[in-house]
Design a protein around this ligand. Sequence first.
Ligand code: NAP
Length: 305
Amino acid sequence: MRAIVVTDQAAGTAGMTLVERPEPQPAINDVVVEVHASGYVPTEVEWSSTWSDRAGRDRAPSIPGHELAGVVTSLGYGTTGLSVGQRVFGLADWHRDGSLAEYVAIEARNLAPLPGGVDFSVGASLPISGLTAWQGLFDHGRLQAGQSVLAHGAAGAVGTMVTQLANEAGAYVIGTGRAADRDKVLDFGAQEFVDLETDALEDVGGIDLVFDLIGADIQKRSAALIKTGGTLVSVVGPIEARPAEGLAVDFVVEANRAQLSEIVQRVRDGRLRTNIGKVATLDDAVATFNSTERLKGKTIIRLRP
Ligand SMILES: NC(=O)c1ccc[n+]([C@@H]2O[C@H](COP(=O)([O-])OP(=O)(O)OC[C@H]3O[C@@H](n4cnc5c(N)ncnc54)[C@H](OP(=O)(O)O)[C@@H]3O)[C@@H](O)[C@H]2O)c1
């Protein structure tokens, strides 16, 4: 099969190559999926899980890409709940070969059925951004209707999901970003926009839930805005600043079939819009990831038309 591999951590994305690799075999409780569309996170080459397995052994050359949508082609021993020919989407294990390949072996529990009317590119755009937003707001942030959410990076892949899901849950959403992001953030449903480059963040007042996608100084300033009993949720590494009278949680997104199904149902009935940026073929993928063009929204690699 054709796959993109990375072999040299120091080379980063520039070290990516499109090569021939053996097709993966399904292990216990796995399925093999013929990948139709794949998502890739630009920072993957910096993650230790791209370079080692769970026992810490070197696994290069490794295949990046952790979001996928495709069709099940075979089942491993003991696999239940999915069948050959089924359309699926989901989140591939951080420590295994991923979805920038024509086929991927993946635990069935990491996948959910992809409804017939939902395009593979849409399916591949949802797992990381949708699950991160869902888990941050509801599992870790325990968001309630009527609360306020400060959604940083609200024009980005995760931020647009945070904004929409928080809005649907009855929260008051203040989205942040750069000046050029204002219309997009308001269009995705934020009630207010804060331009982090020129507006005073401190003017937003007391916040119940800060969803941090930026970190550093923005995180420190945001922690000070959290009301008593409120929560700072971050996905950009260990917490650097804690709210005085609230909780702080940082987490890495996990696969969850029930949540994937909730998310795709919302896409199907129009409650949730995706934020897909560039769509490229596998042949163009390495050039796309190495482009000097600033990629906005979720980049999707389409492996089959
Ligand atoms: N721990 C986890 O499980 C997890 C899961 C998903 C994502 N993440 C992390 O979360 C972050 C966001 O992911 P994403 O996919 O949503 O990225 P993205 O699509 O690039 O969105 C980030 C948004 O934040 C904006 N932004 C960044 N720094 C800013 C600043 N200083 N001032 C104003 N706006 C700023 C970006 O604007 P520009 O494009 O103009 O810079 C962009 O609109 C990444 O670091 C990613 O690795 C972690």
